[in-house]
Design a protein around this ligand. Structure first.
Ligand SMILES: N[C@@H](CCC(=O)N[C@@H](CS)C(=O)NCC(=O)O)C(=O)O
Length: 226
């Protein structure tokens, strides 16, 4: 087996796949992509022209696998570990895929919009887009709060791909648009995610890079300690 993951330790979508890999202790070689470095960027564009990471490369079959959801499904199909992140039961699997999409599209994507806007120069900012992203996040928090009132993990009792998506999404979203005083079930769910060893490891590995996060001053102190 020769799995190579192109990623960056600070990037939230990369965290999603790292959690899946760590949950099953799947062996892989990490290849850090620095998009600010012209050579590193050019080499990565050769692998995946859209320049979005993470991307998995399975050298044993010469296959490139982009998109976090597809990467986790690929790992589940071809390198299954003790912990199946796509449940065997059809109804549960549909639920896992639904909540995976939910956390990607309605938490990660609006969070990314807010972060990306902070990096723009004054004349390039998009206040309307940021306001829309904040509104989407609030609706998503309301929905997650209702959903998690009766569940341990996103689809119930077992940890799945949906929780891999939820952990980094809520981590960064909670920094740019806090839910701590308004959504108690989101808070309780997030605390369970934070205690998960796979996610703890991801956060520990991201710590040296938090200084580059545009909202670094709002990162809770407990995540900054080693
Ligand atoms: N839909 C993609 C999203 C990946 C994505 O947006 N990755 C971000 C990092 S968290 C990225 O590559 N950003 C760099 C850029 O857009 O230039 C997935 O699920 O893999």
């Amino acid at each position: 087996m020769k799995l190579v993951l192109y990623f960056h330790p600070l990037a939230s979508f990369c965290h999603k796949v790292l959690i899946a890999l760590y949950e099953n202790e799947t062996p892989f070689t990490g290849h850090i992509v620095d998009l600010m470095d012209a050579d590193s960027r050019a080499r990565f564009i050769d692998v995946w022209p859209l320049g979005k990471f993470p991307v998995l490369r399975d050298e044993s079959v010469g296959r490139t696998i982009p998109e976090t959801t597809i990467i986790i499904e690929y790992l589940d199909q071809h390198y299954p570990g003790a912990h199946r992140l796509l449940p065997a039961d059809e109804n549960e699997r549909l639920d896992a895929r639904l909540w995976d999409r939910f956390f990607d599209l309605y938490v990660q994507v609006p969070m990314q919009k807010i972060v990306a806007d902070r990096l723009r120069s004054d004349g390039e900012r998009d206040p309307r887009g940021v306001a829309d992203a904040r509104a989407t996040l609030m609706t998503a928090y309301d929905m997650i709060d209702r959903h998690m009132a009766s569940r341990t993990w996103a689809i119930g009792k077992s940890f799945s791909i949906a929780d891999c998506a939820a952990a980094p999404a809520l981590f960064y979203a909670g920094i740019v648009a806090p839910f701590s005083d308004t959504h108690p079930n989101v808070v309780a769910y997030f605390e369970r995610l934070v205690e998960r060893p796979s996610f703890k490891r991801v956060i520990a590995e991201a710590q040296p890079y938090f200084q580059f996060f545009p909202f670094k001053d709002s990162i809770p102190a407990r995540f900054l300690d080693g």
